[in-house]
Design a protein around this ligand. Structure first.
Ligand code: PLP
Length: 394
C-alpha cells in the first residue's frame, strides 16, 4: 500500500473486529465491565480510552508515521494539552504568525501559569537561534502560516532542535498528512485542528496529536487522561468518516486552488496573490521540497480596503466565515474575523491589512468560483465609482 489515498481508506481499524461491520461502531458507553477485579482490561473508562476514539487515534498515528495518536475535543484542546507537557519556567519559541488561538492561549493562560515564550519569524532560522535561552525547551512551528502563507524550512528548524535538544512541534492543520508528514522529517509532535481539512465538512470540532516516540507519547497520554479534553465517541466516528475522503478532497481542492491562484495572478484588480504553489511565492521551493503541493488556501490583496470589503459584500457562492478546510469554499476577512483578537499594531507589523482576504478553496468548480469573484469585483467597482462621482458632484 504505497499510495497515500489507499492508506487513508484503510488506516487504523478499518472494519469492526467483532462483526466485520464496515465502520467501527460508536461506543457511547462511559464505562466497561471488568471480568477480573485484579486484571483490568484495555478499556475501563471512556476518558482514559474509548474504542471509537481509539480507532481514530490509531488511524492518524499510522498516517503520520508516529507511535501513537490522541484525539481531543478541539484543535485548541490539542494544542493546550501539548503545552501542558512543559513546566512553569520553561521557555518555548513559536512562529510569529501562528494560529490566533495559539497566540492567545500562550499570552494569557500559559503566561499566567509561568510558561515563557518568544514569537519570531521562523521563515529565517537565524531568528530561532537568536531567541534560544538556557530554559528553552521547544519550538512550535506553523508552515504555511496564516493568512500570508509564509514558509518555514522544516529541515533547518529540525537541525536547530536536534543540536539544542529542543522538542519540535508543528501545527500541520493547513497541510494534513496528505501533503506533509513532519514526523517522517524528524519532528517530535504534530498537532492538527481536525475541525478543518481532516474532518472536512464544517460539522465537527476536533483536535489530533501524534507523537514520534514512546516517551512523549506516554506523557501525552497522561495529559489527555488527566486534563480530560477528549473527543467524544460520536465526534470520533464523524472525523473517521470525514478522514476517509481526505485524499480525494484535498487533491481536487488543491488543483482548483492552483488554477484560481494563476487566474487571480493575471487579474488586474488583484494586487497580490499569496499561494505557496506559485513559483514567485517566497519560499516556494522550500515548501515544495517538504509538501506534496501548494495546498488549498490562498490569500488575495486588493488595491484598497474599500474594494476588498465591497467584493466580500457581493460574493454569492462562498461562505463569508471563519474556519477553513470544508467542502464549501470559505472566504475570510482576517482583520474582522480570524485576526480580530490581534492588536491592530501587531496585525500591521505582520502585513495583515484590510486589503487582504483569505480563501479556503472547496470542491466547487474553479470556473464557478472565479466567475463569482469576477461578478463581485465588477459590482464592487461600479458601487465605488458611483460613490466617487457622488463625492465629486458635491
Ligand atoms: C482552527 C485552527 C486551530 C484551532 O482549532 P479548533 O478546532 O478551532 O480549536 C489551530 N491551528 C490552526 C492552524 C487552525 O486553523
Amino acid at each position: 500500500m504505497n499510495d497515500f489515498t489507499t492508506r487513508i481508506i484503510h488506516a487504523g481499524i478499518d472494519r469492526d473486529p467483532l462483526t466485520g461491520a464496515s465502520s467501527i461502531p460508536v461506543y457511547h458507553a462511559t464505562t466497561f465491565h471488568q471480568k477480573d477485579p485484579t486484571d483490568i482490561g484495555e478499556y475501563d473508562y471512556s476518558r482514559s480510552g474509548n474504542p471509537t476514539r481509539h480507532a481514530l487515534e490509531k488511524a492518524i498515528a499510522e498516517l503520520e508515521g508516529g507511535v501513537a495518536g490522541y484525539a481531543f475535543s478541539t484543535g485548541m484542546a490539542a494544542t493546550s494539552s501539548v503545552l501542558l507537557l512543559f513546566q512553569p519556567g520553561d521557555h518555548i519559541i513559536l512562529s510569529e504568525d501562528i494560529y490566533g488561538g495559539t497566540f492567545r492561549v500562550i499570552n494569557t493562560i500559559f503566561a499566567r501559569w509561568g510558561l515563557e515564550s518568544s514569537f519570531v519569524d521562523t521563515s529565517n532560522p537565524e531568528n530561532i537561534i537568536k531567541a534560544i535561552k538556557s530554559n528553552t525547551r521547544a519550538l512550535f512551528i506553523e508552515s504555511p502560516s496564516n493568512p500570508l502563507l509564509r514558509i518555514t524550512d522544516l529541515r533547518s528548524v529540525l537541525d536547530i532542535a536536534k543540536e539544542r535538544k529542543l522538542i519540535s512541534i508543528i501545527d500541520a492543520t493547513f497541510t494534513t498528512p496528505f501533503l506533509q508528514r513532519p514526523l517522517e522529517l524528524g519532528f517530535d509532535i504534530v498537532v492538527h485542528s481536525a475541525t478543518k481539512f481532516i474532518n472536512g465538512h464544517c460539522d465537527v470540532l476536533a483536535g489530533l496529536v501524534v507523537a514520534k516516540d514512546r516517551d512523549i507519547a506516554s506523557r501525552l497520554k497522561f495529559v489527555q487522561n488527566a486534563f480530560g479534553a477528549v473527543l467524544s465517541a460520536q465526534d470520533s466516528w464523524l472525523v473517521l468518516r470525514g478522514l476517509k475522503t481526505l485524499g480525494v478532497r484535498l487533491k481536487a481542492q488543491q488543483e482548483t486552488a492552483t488554477d484560481l491562484a494563476r487566474r487571480f495572478h493575471e487579474n488586474h484588480d488583484v494586487s497580490k496573490v499569496y499561494y505557496p504553489g506559485l513559483v514567485d511565492h517566497p519560499g516556494h521551493e522550500v515548501h515544495m521540497a517538504q509538501s506534496a503541493g501548494g495546498g488549498a488556501i490562498l490569500s488575495l490583496e486588493f488595491s484598497s480596503e474599500e474594494l476588498a470589503e465591497e467584493v466580500l459584500r457581493h460574493l454569492e457562492l462562498p461562505l463569508l466565515a471563519v474556519s477553513l478546510g470544508g467542502v464549501e469554499t470559505i472566504v475570510t476577512y482576517p482583520v474582522t474575523m480570524s485576526h480580530a483578537a490581534m492588536p491592530p499594531a501587531e496585525r500591521a507589523l505582520r502585513g495583515i491589512t484590510g486589503k487582504l482576504i483569505r480563501i479556503s478553496v472547496g470542491l466547487e468548480s474553479a470556473d464557478d468560483i472565479y466567475a463569482d469573484f469576477c461578478r463581485a469585483l465588477e459590482k464592487a467597482k461600479t458601487k465605488i465609482a458611483a460613490r466617487c462621482s457622488h463625492f465629486y458632484q458635491i
